[in-house]
Design a protein around this ligand. Structure first.
Ligand code: BES
Ligand code: ZN
Ligand code: ZN
Length: 434
């Protein structure tokens, strides 16, 4: 028996997110030591006891290390964490409830870490083809299938806006379609992710300092893959689709240009005025494809605008859509999951700013202001009437990639949007039971 030591971690309150934070900080400290086993009690002076789910999520989120590109890796020695329930007789927590909480939290946090790993991969490693291969690996989970489509399919489908963005890239595009279809599905949830494996801005080239971190422009894609992975592992009773438009946005003699007019899958025409507003072009075609599935819920996730970061700050996801109820339910799930989000309201005046003299719409607004919302309203042009109230647009440009660690988010990708959507689903299964 080695000697036993005690690690004390401060905790502002017993709120779930403070527990996540404390657990992740404890884990980060333990990673740097030679400690192999730790035990933690779940008792507290103030009962009702510590939230096991938050504790486990904090440990697993804190355990993530991004060292793929370090030649010298320093793997943690930590092997086992024992959570002691000795004091749980005082609170209403059976071993069965605790085990369930442990399992759910592990799956949610591991899905989040899965998204981080995809986003952190370099643009040369995580090309559209590599992203598709990553998606294929999820078919080892029961009831998960994956279809990968190339340019021929995109051409057949008239997905010309998506194809235009890809044109100057040496890496061909991929439309990735993952499906999780259990027998007892109650609803069909369709997720669409922006999968820009690199965004140079195209001919409307980004300034150098803004180009760094643009490997993270595939964060929406990583999130929707991770959500499907989490939901399928939890065997949730939903049919779930994750659709990803994977491409780079590059420069070259054959690049698409400001002044081009593109015809999207639904026949609408788009005047290109800025090739850096490329995510909405890819999403427009993918949203048309997604709606053919007849979704009960349609969520798109994207690092869509710098304006969203200006509006809400770098910690917060922008939630947009037409249904107040749906937006509210996602905001609630987000708070419960420990993710920050805020609602950005649509209005008809902002929508008018997308008018074009040459095509049905322009890909950018005529105003400098309200850019996150006008991007959302651009996407609205591709949402059919029947799906308006079933649609949410999540702009994760702020929280998806972290340049200065905060909370339990390490430097690099955060897996933004994964936890809030899995919490939304878990909550929705309960709503259905009532
Ligand atoms: N990928 C960017 C948005 C972005 C910015 C994500 C910062 C993460 C951090 C997107 O494609 C983009 O460049 N948007 C433009 C839109 C503009 C041209 C209307 C932007 O935000 O500047
Ligand atoms: Zn861009
Ligand atoms: Zn982009």
């Amino acid at each position: 028996m080695g000697e036993s030591k005690t690690l004390y971690v401060g905790c502002d309150s017993l709120d779930a997110d403070e527990i996540r934070l404390a657990a992740s900080k404890a884990l980060e400290a333990l990673k740097k030591t030679n400690v192999r086993t730790v035990a933690i009690g779940t008792y507290s002076n103030d009962c009702p006891g510590i939230n096991i789910k938050a504790l486990v999520e904090g440990f697993i989120l804190g355990s993530y290390t991004f060292d793929t590109y370090k030649s010298k890796k320093e793997p943690s020695k930590l092997e086992t964490i024992t959570i002691c329930l000795e004091d749980c007789s005082r609170v209403d927590l059976s071993l069965e409830t605790a085990t369930k909480a442990l399992r759910a939290a592990t799956i949610v946090a591991e899905a989040t870490n899965f998204a981080k790993a995809i986003v952190n991969a370099t643009p040369e490693d995580m090309t559209p083809i590599a992203l598709a291969e990553m998606a294929q690996t999820l078919t080892s989970i029961p009831n998960v299938t994956c279809k990968v489509m190339d340019e021929t399919f995109l051409k057949e489908q008239g997905m010309n806006a998506f194809l235009a963005v890809n044109r100057a890239s040496v890496h061909p595009p991929r439309l990735i379609h993952l499906t999780y279809k259990p027998e007892n599905a109650k609803k069909r949830l369709v997720y669409v992710g922006k999968g820009l494996t690199y965004d140079s801005g195209g001919l409307s080239l980004k300034p150098s300092e803004h180009m760094v971190t643009m490997k993270a422009d595939k964060s929406g894609a990583a999130a929707v893959m991770a959500i499907l992975k989490g939901a399928a592992t939890l065997a949730l009773p939903y049919e779930i689709h994750a659709i990803i438009g994977a491409t780079e946005n590059m420069i070259g003699g054959n690049a698409y240009k400001p002044d081009d007019v593109l015809v999207a899958k639904n026949g609408k025409t788009i005047e290109v005025r800025n090739t850096d507003a490329e995510g909405r072009l890819v999403l427009a075609d993918c949203l048309c494809y997604a709606q053919e599935l007849g979704p009960d819920l349609l969520v798109d996730m994207a690092t869509l605008t710098g304006a969203c970061v200006v509006a809400l700050g770098e910690y917060t996801t922008g939630i947009m859509g037409h249904s107040s109820e749906l937006k509210h339910s996602m905001l609630k799930a987000s708070t419960a999951s420990g993710e920050l989000s805020g609602s950005l309201p649509f209005n008809k005046y902002l929508k008018k700013l997308l008018k074009s003299s040459v095509a049905d719409m322009s890909n950018i607004s005529t105003s400098r202001y309200g850019g996150a919302i006008t991007a959302g309203l651009f996407l609205d042009n591709f949402i059919e009437e029947a799906h308006k109230d079933k649609w949410l647009h999540l702009d994760i440009a702020g929280p998806a990639y972290i340049e200065k660690a905060w909370g339990y988010n390490q430097f690099g990708a955060s897996g933004a949007g994964v936890r809030m959507n899995l919490y939304w689903m878990i909550d929705d299964t309960k709503r259905g039971d009532q």
